[in-house]
Design a protein around this ligand. Structure first.
Ligand SMILES: C[S@@+](CC[C@H](N)C(=O)[O-])C[C@H]1O[C@@H](n2cnc3c(N)ncnc32)[C@H](O)[C@@H]1O
Length: 184
């Protein structure tokens, strides 16, 4: 399912002012992705980075990320993306404790989302963005009768982000719900 019809998307791109050199220079340079799978979103993120940008891609699966690696190479992005095969929480906790990240994308095991968010939000630079996928859980977060671990964790995290003074946030009703939280 496309968010915007591809023909409409192409039309939009040819009818807006392209980014100038200054905006290109401002684009995200340091990004982290939690949950790689076969590499689709990491290619999208890495393609949007300027020269010198790098993406730390975290996953536990050798099997799925071997496909990602193949496609990163085909996309000419293998220099830009560094893969770390380990539980993502271990990888995030091993990162320097400094606010240097421009972008973080969380799209892995739902029960750990609150921990991923905490580890990442403190490492975002002011203006940096954390993006979380599947925040609506097919609508289950709005149904108090649903009490499985993943939904409870997501509900708690959605509440936390909505009241988190460190960020400005918006929850977009796109597909399964996407939250954008921008570090103040
Ligand atoms: C939904 S897929 C990611 C999809 C990818 N972001 C995309 O849009 O193309 C979730 C991925 O999270 C990974 N994953 C699950 N638990 C994990 C963990 N504890 N640490 C790191 N990765 C994990 C899985 O191996 C899987 O590849």
């Amino acid at each position: 399912m496309d968010i915007v019809n591809p023909a409409v998307s192409d039309y939009l791109l040819t009818h807006c002012t392209p980014a100038d050199d200054l905006l290109r220079e401002l684009a995200a340079r340091r990004a982290v992705e939690v949950g790689v799978f076969t590499g689709y979103s990491s290619i999208c993120i890495a393609r949007g980075m300027p020269d010198g940008g790098h993406l730390l891609a975290c996953d536990v699966s050798e099997k799925w990320t071997s496909i990602a690696r193949r496609y990163w190479k085909r996309a000419g992005l293998e220099e830009r993306i560094k893969l770390r095969i380990a539980p993502a929480l271990d990888t995030l906790r091993s990162l320097p404790d400094e606010p240097v990240l421009d972008l973080a994308f969380i799209d892995a095991d739902k029960g750990n989302y609150p921990h991923y968010y905490e580890e990442l939000v403190v490492r975002l630079r002011p203006g940096g963005l954390v993006i979380l996928d599947n925040v609506l859980r097919g609508g289950d977060v709005a149904d108090p009768a649903v009490q499985d671990g993943g939904t409870v964790a997501m509900r708690g995290l959605n509440d936390l982000i909505a009241g988190d003074g460190r960020v400005e946030s918006v929850m977009l009703p796109v597909r399964d719900g996407v939250t954008l939280a921008r570090r103040r």
